[in-house]
Design a binder for this molecule. Sequence first.
Ligand code: SAM
Length: 268
Amino acid sequence: MTTTLPTKFTPKKSLGQNFLINPHIIDRIIDAARISEKDLVLEIGPGTGNLTEKLAKKAGQVIAIEKDNRLIEPLREKFKNFKNIEIIEGDVLAKMPFVKQRASLQYKIVANIPYYITSNLFRKIFEEWPRPELVVLTIQKEVAQRITAKPPHMNLLALSVQYYAEPEVVVFISKNNFRPIPKVDSAIIRLNPKSEIRNPKKTEEIFKVIKGGFSEKRKQLASNLSKKLKLSKSAVLEAFKTAGIKELSRPENLSLNDWENLAEALFG
Ligand code: SAM
């Protein structure tokens, strides 16, 4: 197990700096992303460059964006002989490198991300950035389980990811593979983005219904929806009937497809 950090480097908790020290786990990430030389890869948070190096040996090009300015020079020095690695300094949430100029490009996102950006990053990837071909991320184990949940364990995060992509857990990883050792275990997840183009108006309606449905956990779905959407209970129950949803359903029991049908029945 190895990692190369600049001397006197103190990892910052606020930047989610838990570095992967097990090369076998890095290989699992690379395998999960099925990298070939035609791939352009966006890496978020290269850190010590451990994953970056292996990515660059298989991919056509790697663009790595790192927020911690203390790591930029060591990364550039380490990769000075790699023609296919570009190190960019910045916050990936504010500065995605190729949004506008190359909107039709094909790229993969592969990263051991800082966990504090997980939800915001998903929003960026699926709602703002050009659609990636594939996304492979190391994230917190519990978050990976929530994202891949199915009825009767559905939740808001699962629906917001599954609306845009098919998620799968590749493997769970013990926290002992990171330095400093974090409090939680992790997982490698692979997200296969769906090819259909989402209609913004329909998307807004569906999420209005989903968020309304999950608004008060202990209440029944029909009551939540009636309150949040300002509709009579009978109108909501009529839409349930049209969408084939049982009257006493709870939000965790509904699949993405059920929510889509329900939004259609409510808003047409
Ligand atoms: N890739 C390395 C590895 O696997 O060992 C480092 C992973 S570490 C979990 C997360 C990295 O993301 C750190 O290097 C951290 O400085 C960087 N980072 C944190 N927030 C970031 C942000 N908003 N944008 C880009 N990089 C960020």
